[in-house]
Design a protein around this ligand. Structure first.
Ligand code: NAD
Length: 383
């Protein structure tokens, strides 16, 4: 069994919940889940035991009803038994057309942390999956600064994700182990303050920012060109989408947080920094969850010939990440069993846009995939 707690019951988390239950009912195959059912921990073993949000219209509602807002198909009855609980918001829905409420409106951060830890004990939580709205944040770098901000109830300095990880560390210390999957851009696995805290608290950290959409594809194409010693002159890549995540990114401060995602990806993979523009670019409501991506790469081939690659796509945003989460929940459980506390680079390098820890680089994902399989005890696929 893998007992999962969701933080942020939006589009991604709802598709995750529906897809998981449909797999359990034998209605779906494993497409979109990289490791399918190869791991010793089976997909059918994953159980969502709790879910948190800060949207007033979701708190207190059955998960079944919230999920219905995102998936128009038949929703599995098994989602009726879970009620959305109140999290901490710390301005995470600021400037969005959503009314927020959180434990932080009623109590100090230390008390909110105690309350969450108490609830997680009751639920027997093992893996936390963070898919809250993209936040504007400042990393901590020092564990002492982080602890001080919590103790001083510094609600301006902390984001919700930072408080959730702090609470998960406290919980993991008492429970003997837990895992936190940070699928959003806030630096956690790349912030030494959290990695140090996790190591001494029996907490596994995966992060940061799930690698879906155009970025991993760009990374694979850059590796392909690097292996053939073609010289990349420039890279342009953009995304336009119509879901709430893209709406949130129209807020300047939050968009900056996506840019934190190692824009060194180009340098890491090519060995030099080709001029590039790689950013989420805009919100266009009618596109819904099926975003438009485009990529243009110019490079020099033999005898100075200049080639151009142009790729366009319409990609369903939420299912792409939800499928990765099905693996990450199970890998979280495996990492707890292996006692690999702190952050786990072989997992991050494949699944995350910004793989922690901070000092580690992006590597070609075709290599990261094999290394991740070996870490998980599976046979390499092509080596
Ligand atoms: P969404 O807006 O549909 O869902 C986010 C949910 O989080 C909402 O229900 C919101 O009310 C809730 N929330 C906000 N602050 C919270 C808090 N402090 N505590 C608890 N709940 C909170 O967005 P989404 O499309 O589901 O994306 C979720 C996250 O995943 C985003 O941060 C995004 O950057 C990240 N992400 C998505 C993809 C992808 O969709 N392919 C890829 C990488 C990363």
């Amino acid at each position: 069994m893998v007992k999962v707690v969701i933080l942020g019951q939006g589009y991604v988390a709802s598709i995750f919940a529906v897809g998981l239950e449909r797999i359990k009912r034998g209605e779906l195959g494993y497409y979109g889940v990289p490791l399918a059912n190869e791991l010793p921990v089976k997909i059918e073993d994953i159980e969502i035991v709790g879910s948190y949000d800060v949207d007033k219209t979701k708190i207190g509602e059955p998960l079944y009803e919230v999920v219905r807002r995102y998936d128009k198909g038949e929703i599995p009855e098994s989602l009726k038994g879970i009620t959305i609980r109140k999290g901490v918001h710390l301005r995470s829905l600021r400037n969005l057309p959503i009314e927020a409420t959180g434990l932080d409106d009623e109590m100090s951060l230390s008390d909110a942390v105690e309350k969450l830890v108490g609830e997680w004990k009751e639920l027997g939580a093992e893996v936390f999956i963070n898919v809250c709205t993209t936040e504007a944040f400042v990393p901590f770098e020092s564990k002492e600064e982080l602890i001080k901000a919590i103790e001083e109830d510094n609600k301006e300095r902390l984001t919700a994700t930072q408080v959730y990880v702090y609470a998960a560390a406290k919980y993991a210390k008492e429970a003997g182990g837990a895992a936190f999957v940070n699928a959003i851009p806030t630096l956690i696995a790349n912030d030494p303050a959290f990695v140090e805290l996790a190591k001494e608290s029996n907490l596994v950290l995966f992060g940061d920012d799930g690698a879906t959409g155009a970025t991993p594809l760009t990374a694979d194409i850059l590796s392909h060109l690097a292996q053939r010693n073609r010289y990349v002159k420039d890279v342009a890549q953009f995304n336009i989408g119509g879901n709430n995540d893209f709406l949130a990114l129209t807020d300047k401060e939050r968009n900056k947080s996506k840019e934190f995602t190692k824009s060194s990806i180009v340098k890491d993979l090519l060995g030099y920094d080709a001029p590039h523009y790689i950013k989420p670019t805009g919100f266009l409501e009618p596109l819904g969850d099926k975003k438009f991506i485009a990529m243009h790469i110019e490079y020099v081939s033999f005898n100075g010939a200049v080639d151009e690659l142009m790729i366009d796509g319409r990609i369903n945003d939420s299912p792409a990440l939800a499928g990765l989460l099905v693996d990450l929940a199970r890998l979280g459980k495996i990492a707890i069993e292996k006692k690999e506390f702190g952050t786990v680079y072989p997992v991050n390098a494949f699944y995350m846009k910004n793989p922690g820890p901070k000092e580690m680089q992006n590597i070609p994902r075709i290599i990261a995939y094999e290394k991740m399989r070996m870490w998980a005890g599976l046979k390499p696929r092509w080596f």
